[in-house]
Design a protein around this ligand. Structure first.
Ligand code: ADP
Ligand code: MG
Length: 342
C-alpha cells in the first residue's frame, strides 16, 4: 500500500551536509500498524515528514495507494495530504480554538459545508472519547485529552494513513496505554494504516505488527515484532529489546536462586508467541498433581502473543514431573531442564 524506494533527505547548512534519511526502501501493508524505532537523531521525524512532503525529499519515490506522492504538484499534494493524517508529540493544537473548532479546522480548509462539518466533528469527538469536552480549550485539557483532539483532527478528512511522530512520548505510562488502545481501536474500526515513530520499545511491542529499526538514516533491521524480539540481529535492536526484557546481567541472578532449591526440577520456559504464560501455568496446575512455582522471569505481551523466559520449579513425583515436561514440549513453548534435584 505504501511503497518507499530509495528515499533520501540531505540537509545542507552553511558548510556541512547531514544525510538524515539515507537511501531508504520500505513497503508497508494496508491496515498495518507499522512501528519505526530509533534513537534520537536516527532520522525518524525526517522520514515521517517526507511521507507527506512536509520535507521535500532529496531523492527517491513515495507511492501511497498507487499515487506517486513524490510526483505531485502543489495543488495535487494539498488534496493527497487530506488522505494522510498526522499527530505529534506536542499535539500542535490551536490554543485559541476550542476542542470542537480544532477538529473542525481541517474540514474548514477542505471546504466542507457547516452542517456536515458539525455532524462530522461530533462523530469524531465521540470516537476519540471526548464527549462533553467539546467546548473546552486545549489549556483546560490533560495531555491525553490533548492527544485525543490531535487524533480526531488528524482523522477529520477520513485519511487512509495516520502518521504518528512520538505521539505518546510526552505522556505518562497510563495515558500512553490509553492512547495506544485508541490507536488500535481506530486501526480496527476504520481499517486505517498507522505508521508509528517512537524511541520506546514498549510502545512497539504493545500495538505494532511490524517494526523497522532505524539508525543513521537507514533501516538496519525489520520484521514482525515477535521475530525481532526473538532474534534481534543488530546491536541497536538488542538494546531496544533490553528496554523491555532487561539485560542479560539482570537475568544472571537466577543461578544463585536455583542453588537454593534442593528438590524438584528447575526448568526454563521460553515463550515465543501463541501460548500465554497464564494459560500454560494454570493448565499445568489444573491437570497435573504437581506444584509449579514461578522463580523468576520476564514475559511481555506482543500483538502476536507472549514473549520471554520464565524459570519455574516443578515439584512432585518424578514420573508426574516428566509428564508435565512432555506436555509443555508439545506446546509452542520451549522447555529446558536446567537443574534436576529430584
Ligand atoms: N531542518 C533540519 N536542518 C538540518 N538538519 C536537520 C533538520 N532536521 C533534522 N536534521 C538533522 O537530521 C538528523 C535526523 O533528525 P530527525 O529526523 O529529527 O531524527 P529523530 O526524529 O530520529 O530524532 C539529525 O542529525 C538532525 O540534526
Ligand atoms: Mg524525532
Amino acid at each position: 500500500m505504501i511503497s518507499i524506494e530509495g528515499l533520501s533527505k540531505i540537509f545542507t547548512s552553511n558548510k556541512s551536509q547531514i544525510t538524515a534519511v539515507d537511501d531508504l526502501t520500505l513497503d508497508i501493508k494496508e491496515g498495518d500498524i507499522f512501528g519505526v524505532i530509533g534513537y534520537s537523531g536516527a532520522g525518524k521525524s525526517t522520514f515521517v515528514r517526507l511521507l507527506n512532503r512536509l520535507e521535500e525529499p532529496t531523492g527517491g519515490r513515495i507511492i501511497i495507494d498507487d499515487q506517486e506522492i513524490t510526483a505531485l504538484n502543489s495543488s495535487q499534494l494539498r488534496l493527497a495530504r487530506q488522505e494522510i493524517g498526522m499527530i505529534f508529540q506536542h499535539f500542535n493544537l490551536l490554543w485559541s480554538r476550542t476542542v470542537k473548532d480544532n477538529i473542525a479546522f481541517p474540514l474548514e480548509i477542505a471546504g466542507v459545508p457547516k452542517t456536515e462539518r458539525e455532524k462530522r466533528v461530533q462523530d469524531l469527538i465521540d470516537l476519540v472519547g471526548l464527549t462533553e469536552r467539546e467546548n473546552a480549550y486545549p489549556s483546560q485539557l490533560s495531555g491525553g485529552q490533548k492527544q485525543r483532539v490531535g487524533i480526531a483532527r488528524a482523522l477529520a478528512n477520513n485519511p487512509k494513513v495516520l502518521l504518528c511522530d512520538e505521539a505518546t512520548s510526552a505522556l505518562d505510562p497510563e495515558t500512553t496505554n490509553s492512547i495506544l488502545d485508541l490507536l488500535v481501536d481506530i486501526n480496527q474500526k476504520l481499517g486505517l494504516t498507522i505508521i508509528l515513530i517512537t524511541h520506546e520499545m514498549h510502545v512497539i511491542r504493545k500495538i505494532c505488527k511490524q517494526v523497522a529499526v532505524m539508525e543513521n538514516g537507514k533501516i538496519v533491521e525489520q520484521g514482525e515484532v515477535l521475530d525481532v524480539f526473538l532474534r534481534p540481529k543488530q546491536q541497536v535492536t538488542k538494546k531496544f529489546v533490553e528496554q523491555v526484557m532487561g539485560t542479560n546481567d539482570e537475568n544472571e541472578g537466577i543461578n544463585h536462586l536455583i542453588n537454593t532449591y534442593d528438590h524438584g526440577k528447575i526448568v526454563r520456559l521460553h515463550f515465543i508467541g501463541e501460548t500465554t504464560n497464564q494459560a500454560l501455568i494454570s493448565k499445568v496446575a489444573k491437570e497435573f498433581t504437581i506444584d509449579i512455582n514461578i522463580l523468576q522471569g520476564k514475559i511481555t505481551q506482543t500483538q502476536a502473543g507472549a514473549y520471554g523466559t520464565l524459570f519455574v520449579q516443578l515439584d512432585g513425583e518424578a514420573g508426574e514431573v516428566d509428564k508435565v515436561i512432555d506436555f509443555i514440549t508439545h506446546t509452542s513453548v520451549e522447555v529446558e531442564v536446567i537443574r534436576d534435584a529430584n
